[in-house]
Design a protein around this ligand. Sequence first.
Ligand code: UD1
Length: 321
Amino acid sequence: MKVLVIGGAGYIGSHVCLEMMEAGHEVVVYDNLSSGLRENLFEGERFIEGDIMDAERLAGAMSEGFDGVVHLAAFKAAGESMTAPEKYARNNISGTVNILNAMCGAGVGRFVFSSSAAVYGEPAYLPVDEKHPTVPENFYGFTKLEIERLLGWYDRLKGLRYSALRYFNAAGYDVRGRVRGLERNPANLLPVIMETAAGMRPELRVFGNDYATKDGTGVRDYVHVNDLAAAHVAALERMERADESLVVNLGSEEGLSVLEILEAARRITGKPVPATIEGRRPGDPARLVASSALAAEKLGWKARYSDVDTLVETSWKVYER
Ligand code: UD1
């Protein structure tokens, strides 16, 4: 298939492009390089520098015709979304509307969307499956949920088929070492630990050690970015066979605490990785773990690289230089 990967120069997007090409698909990347990096562009793909707010440029790019679109161009800092909702509304919601309208204009009918576990909010039960109530705790999660709802309507009214992939905590780097670009100003746990190990920041701030979890720190479902990438390929290929949209969790189904990851990082890097315990971060649930049974059933997908050692080792290979 010929695939337009919007946000294909980003952290997850670059891994998706590699996986798509490995599966034999033709990749065109559309990215404004606001957080994407030129060094995340690979041989064999074509690059169009463009913004999703530029509806004309998007329509122009789409008009050459594609079998599918993968969309990963979004702001993802949940904390920032609470102080700058207009930025998230514009880019994440309006930007996606531009993409969908460009697709309708060009007759492109398959869409893979990077959604998030943030659509669920505070978990009412664990593991969280797709039937769990969706009550986002932050505006970022709201933007993802809004788009899922919009997709339901485009499916009904325009015949657009979509796969909304609700990622849990994306982490790790390409197991074959092909992605080398570091995220700028990361806020997520593993890159923060890696930056600390590499001496790029003085310490890790652990947000709370008084949760009702195994060691008091927050527990999350970390899913390796190569596993996420494989799910995008599976979702796209499934839409070619089955004329049906899908909303599905992508998680490892394993819960790892902040301290478990920190200890693995100290062991694997051989660095002290200083850490201080601070107060809880507002909006953080104690535990969040996925059920990925639906992904297994519909996509034949299962996380393969999401154990703590692989997450840390593949990241350290990139940060250690
Ligand atoms: C966050 C967002 C989520 C988003 C995801 C990907 C919230 C509530 N959720 O998930 O919507 O989809 O990022 O961008 O913001 N931690 C520390 N110190 C740090 C960083 C993190 O202790 O410096 C802890 C957190 O308290 C949490 C765990 O590490 O227990 C993971 O945090 P993080 O990587 O920020 O992801 P989430 O908050 O789970």
